[in-house]
Design a protein around this ligand. Sequence first.
Ligand code: ASP
Ligand code: MG
Length: 421
Amino acid sequence: MKVFKFGGASIKDAEGFRNVLSILKKFSGQEIVLVVSALGKTTNALEEVVHSYFERNGNANQLLNEVREKHFNLLSKLIPDSSHKVYEELNNTFIEVDWILEDEPSESFDYIYDQIVSIGEMVSTKMLAAFLNESGMKTKWRDVRDFIRTDNTYREGKVDWEITEKKIQAQLVPASKNGLVLTQGFIGGTSENFSTTLGREGSDYTAAVIAYCAGAESVTIWKDVPGVLNADPRYFSDAKKIDHLSFKETIEMTFYGATVIHPKTIKPLQNKNIPLHVKSFLNAEASGTVIDSDMNDDARTPVLVLKPEQILISVSPKDFSFMAEEQLAKIFGMMAKHRVKFNMMQNAAISFSFCADDAKERVNPFLEELSNEYKVLLNEGLELLTIRHYDEQTVQTQTQRREILLEQKTRNTIQLVVRRF
Ligand code: ASP
Ligand code: MG
């Protein structure tokens, strides 16, 4: 079995759907499980719905209607016959959200978020399955919540590997024996049948979970870039494709913030030695990047990773006492409690500084609790720049027009918390 993952950018319009079909045709007759995300930008739009619902600003229904319209618009281009049953299926899925929005929010934000945001993948996969079937490519649609079991950590569901593996072996593996199986990325289900999400951009991880549990031969992530590049083309000019990477190098890159693959994707694949291909859906014949356990070609060129939207928090005791282990344990405890993710840290005699993602909804309550006990300094609007396999030249070029607030170096990696000017 091969697992293919197509992200939102690959199915953002009718042309994208046709392109996916043409790629799948090249693999016809093979056992393929297809993992698909929501249509491009849908998850963001559904997040907006959730925010308005909780802010009670009266816009939630309108925002939801825009998402609904966009889907039906696209559907009418793919399947003009509006009596096709997929129209009703889509309609019913959106109605479930209408029902949620009818009442005042009484459940937790994260729970509601998952019930609403997860429909993006439900509807995109229904549309794609109907389109593929209408185009003569026999496709079985499966509800991923029936086999990826998570706990109820909403917005960050933790996979129950034992149950998930049993269900995938019992349901998905047999289904893939004859023809294409299509399912949703990013979502899972709890033992009580509620939807969970696995974290933003989590569809890659879904592909890895399925591959691991099914013992797949490979995973291919189809993207709008030619493969893994040595720098994110959104932030750096002159990015070059890397033909081959080890799991180790890749997990480091994603840990530092490379968004080409979701960070959680690598572990399950490494654990079963399942190669990961990153290929372009715009040029399916091109070789892309292969990621596996072979470490021989790592470390050839500098790899640049930029994490935007960072804050630097400096904490010191109010009474000039040392920032010792008990203090740090306390601060880490608060971070874990508020699910604040730190990306780099440094300590000194009476201060402890760390760089974290600027996720306001988590950071603000954390800072509030922190300031009760400590003196807290906050710097916002920063970036975390990581250069793996750095050389003088690269560091120099990259630090031009950037003020460095914090720096850390190992033999392999340099990390800089910077402000751009
Ligand atoms: N649709 C989800 C997101 O945008 C999951 C994914 O694309 O992987 O975060
Ligand atoms: Mg996406």
